[in-house]
Design a protein around this ligand. Structure first.
Ligand SMILES: Cc1cc2nc3c(=O)[nH]c(=O)nc-3n(C[C@H](O)[C@H](O)[C@H](O)COP(=O)(O)O)c2cc1C
Length: 376
């Protein structure tokens, strides 16, 4: 039953540029817009997207752990499926893609989380990845009456939480744990996950503390590319590898997010972007995201211009690097990400299902021709 995770989990595969989908468990997907054809969250709809990913051999299907939406006209990300139960169902509905679940450290007890991960790893036959998140969104944490502590404490708890999860996944004898955040008596977990030594772990922290946590503990680190400048992005990716190697003696794979806005012509793609972002965008909801981030993430205070640019990123694709243009331009954009050192990219489309079908039929053949899906 036990298998080397390099053989079972596609996130460890050898394709030059790996693909995934992002946030297909939540209403509206990655956009904040009144756009027709955006993801309406029903079980058949989320499974349809997972099956498209599976058919295209995408390496990862990544949900988001979200507990309430962002208000505005459409309350994007309000209705949605809980990440573990969703990942269990998605694992049973797919055969090839890697499947991710996301755990808020302070909301999921490590014994329950370790067990849920093990179940999903069995259902998926070793395709599971755990995304460890510490939370940043004040209003959803308030709903639980769980304080969003400072970064040091948040990530200190995550270190201890993950150490317990790893022990449960790997140690056969019962163990006691007496730590700063958790006390466990005779910790026990069977069956162990399929993946050996244990399932893949990812994190997307962007603070300095978060980056260290990811470089020290995770197999996949996710980063949002905040500029189009090639050298700056390549240096940003290289910095993750250097941090992991030099401080922790580890290798990590760096993934990012991109939003695909494709048209017959570049002009048409740009017109579509204007339509769903500037005409139909839910700027109130996006403003609420920026406000939550300003309040909670590093207590940064954004200048108005930066806040506006951030809001546009959230409206257009939840921070995804925008790839706008013809299918050839989309492929060029993906090739550029690969040249920056990106190992994998989570894709989203404003009209998720129509966009994925178009990608499968028109764009993916060119992606393959460009060698981006070759094995290295
Ligand atoms: C790909 C990706 C997935 C994420 N998934 C979640 C999630 O499901 N739930 C959540 O609360 N935060 C999620 N985040 C936010 C990060 O976990 C993290 O809190 C954020 O990037 C801020 O970094 P910091 O914690 O170092 O301040 C995600 C971020 C990215 C880029």
């Amino acid at each position: 039953m036990e298998q080397d995770r390099l053989d079972t989990n596609p996130v460890f595969g050898r394709r030059k540029l790996k693909f995934g989908t992002f946030q297909t468990n939540l209403d509206s997907g990655c956009v904040m817009s009144g756009l027709d054809g955006r993801l309406e969250i029903t079980w058949p709809n989320t499974v349809a997207l997972a099956k498209l990913a599976d058919d295209m051999e995408f390496e990862a299907i990544v949900p988001v752990a979200r507990w309430r939406g962002f208000g505005g006209a459409h309350n994007p990300q309000g209705p949605g499926f809980e990440a573990y139960t969703w990942a269990a169902g998605i694992s049973a509905s797919t055969a090839r893609s890697g499947v991710v679940s996301t755990s808020h450290v302070s909301l999921n007890h490590p014994i329950i989380a370790a067990k849920q991960c093990s179940v999903i790893d069995h259902i998926s036959n070793g395709r599971f990845t755990l995304n460890v998140v510490c939370g940043w969104n004040g209003p959803e944490m308030e709903m639980f009456d769980v304080p969003l502590t400072g970064h040091e404490d948040r990530y200190a708890r995550a270190e201890e939480w993950l150490a317990i999860v790893r022990r449960l996944w790997t140690e056969d004898a019962d163990f006691d744990h007496d730590g700063r955040f958790y006390r466990i008596k005779k910790g026990y977990l069977q069956p162990k996950p399929i993946q050996k030594p244990y399932p893949a772990i990812m994190n997307a922290g962007s603070s300095e503390r978060g980056r260290h946590f990811a470089a020290k503990n995770c197999d996949l680190v996710y980063t949002v590319l905040r500029t189009h400048d090639f050298d700056a992005c390549a240096a940003h990716v290289a910095a993750y590898h250097r941090l992991a190697r030099e401080e922790y003696g580890r290798t990590v794979r760096v993934w990012t997010l991109a939003t695909v806005v494709q048209g017959e012509t570049e002009r048409e793609a740009r017109r579509f972007y204007d339509y769903y972002v500037h005409e139909k965008g839910d700027w109130v909801a996006a403003g609420n995201v920026v406000a939550a981030m300003a309040a909670e993430i590093n207590e940064r205070n954004y200048p108005a211009e930066r806040a506006r640019a951030m809001a546009e990123m959230f409206v257009s694709g939840w921070g995804g690097h925008p790839l706008i243009g013809t299918k050839e331009q989309i492929v060029d954009g993906l090739a550029r990400l690969s040249r920056m050192g990106i190992d994998g990219v989570l894709l989203s489309w404003p009209r998720f299902e129509a966009g994925m079908r178009e990608f499968r039929d028109m764009t993916l053949p060119l992606v393959k021709q460009a060698g981006l899906r070759d094995q290295y």
